[in-house]
Design a protein around this ligand. Sequence first.
Ligand code: KG4
Ligand code: ZN
Length: 334
Amino acid sequence: MIILGVESSCDETAAAVLVNGRLASNVINSQIDIHRLYGGVVPELASRHHLQNIYPVVQAALDQAGVNLDELDGMAVTQGPGLVGALLIGLSFVKAISLVKGIPYVGVDHLAGHLLSVFLGEKKPEFPFVALIASGGHSSIFLVRSYFDYQLLGRSRDDAAGEAFDKVAKLLGLPYPGGPVISRLAVDGDRQAIAFPRAWLAPDSLDFSFSGVKTSVANHVNACRMANRELAIPDICASFQEAVAEVLVQKTMQAAEVLGVTNLVVGGGVAANPRLRQLFVEQCLAKGCSLFLTQLEFCTDNAAMIALAGSYQFEKNKTLTYDMDAYSRASILQ
Ligand code: KG4
Ligand code: ZN
């Protein structure tokens, strides 16, 4: 079974080919340098660049895998959630190939892609598992019972974890995306230097809220500026990162404990954060849980995870018709 995956939900144009479940190519064209000028993703620019990039990216994925369009058994494309203008580029491209070549295609939920991306790694979890997906758009905890059965246990009530990293970076005058640069600077900082708040919410709540910690960083920065005090950027980064990571880890561990599930999965762009990974390793070791961290290259947006999630849908014969539309918010997981 040869499957082409296509992803264009935000600022990465990506295509990948899976041959009998093995990843044969994984091409990602990132628009970060374009959006960095504006401090975040500009939807209209994202769409225009997806349009320019989609054909060469798909062609490169096919070439690297050594297959041509006629050899494809199916295609998988991100249907949502994401920027609709951006999603429509990938979706329309795949629909066009499908119409011309008669190749069936499936629409994949971007979050399902992140949830299943752990299966692209060497170490694969058994069901059921509790999964934390922390990205630029979502911070959610799921109970995953099968490739298709996801129960949402908790979600962000305001900013997603990655969004908080991006906004704090902007406050500190650091480039977009904030996560990688904050985690690099945090290495030289003191995690206990500033006591930024942790929003635990109600004791049994598995929801997240990161807007408070972001505001607290803004207040700290303003107070320093008013007092003409130099900003201790590494300390701010390390203390902020600790506040976010601690809540993400603790609530995921709490979900696993309450449900009596011992397999934990972590995915999404924020799962690339070294401190978050380290805290999960420590906590899982202490609690006797098995930890499955998504491989670094598959944490941030990619089409390999879309091809993989799509391959399971093909096994179930869940193909789409041509009137399928992209969706911005209404995730199939909610
Ligand atoms: O999964 P992803 O590529 O796109 C979405 O689906 O949103 O995640 C992107 C997010 C950005 O907010 C970025 O700042 C964050 O992931 N991120 C990180 C790190 N690398 C990327 N956050 C914290 N630490 C990192 N090392
Ligand atoms: Zn994503």
